[in-house]
Write a protein that binds this ligand. Sequence first.
Ligand code: P6P
Length: 333
Amino acid sequence: MRRTTLTQFLVEQQRSARAIKPELRLLIEVVARACKAIAVNVGKGALAGMLGNAGTENVQGEAQKKLDVISNEILMEANEWGGHLAGMASEEMETFHEIPNRYPKGEYLLLFDPLDGSSNIDVNVSIGTIFSVLKSSDELGPVTEKSFLLPGTSQVAAGYAVYGPTTLLVLTVGTGVHCFTLDREMGSWVLTQSNMTIPEDTKEFAINMSNMRHWEPPVKRYVDELLQGKEGPRGKDFNMRWVASMVADVHRILTRGGIFMYPRDKREPDKPGKLRLMYEANPMSFIVEQAGGAATNGHQRILDVRPGKLHERVSVILGSKNEVERVTSYHLA
Ligand code: P6P
């Protein structure tokens, strides 16, 4: 069977679909190559002293794992010289990173969570990289933090890698969602699923149930109805999954449907949620919508949220359209 590689797919997206410019093609290829390097380091694990904490904290005040720091460095080094970027921002860095003057600058802004699901690294559960691409509107002016504060609808590309039993890269450039599997022998990303589509209905939900007592009433009502199963108002039984790696939970939903929720809760009432808008919720929401799903913060489309700061957090309800709409309707009731 003829295999389509990521490079061929991107050339076709550039040439025929006219969906992307050459610089965006280069950006995606560089990020995909960086994800291969991250996969190699993740795969070495204890053999190369990759596990455990780095002894530092990130801007979120979270202890950084060695692989968090290494993955961040890999993405930074891979992307700063190519001439396609005006700047980068990462969950692991307090401020954005401007491209050094010794390199040419481009029109794109790259934002990423270099290694999502870090609490799973040391227990060998799937983790991943999430990235989002914006077009900088500051044609001439120097990049500032404000340059990054664009709503998710401004994204021109988004994707994630999953470092699991297979290494996957899931990507959208606005023309559907496509999955590539890393051929570890050849070192190439091979198209293994085109136009991934999320079923509008599901019997599977993903939420961290240990937070139940902290949830707001609409979420409590929704989950309580699911737990009542066939005898309850939903008239069917539901199953639950919670990997605690967003990339793994979202990939399952893209593959067989489901709803993922990380709602704001009373533990930190001044925070609108746990997950970060710019480099977790926005890229995942772009992907989910491109696959026919929905993504809201309970009150509005996540992609319409106007960011106020780089590391802004947001409530996330995403996945099978009919379930997301139901939970959202409970918030608006
Ligand atoms: P909890 C991982 O740290 C992450 O940011 C997401 O990938 C994941 O969905 C969530 O946090 C897990 O959070 O509170 O269940 O550990």
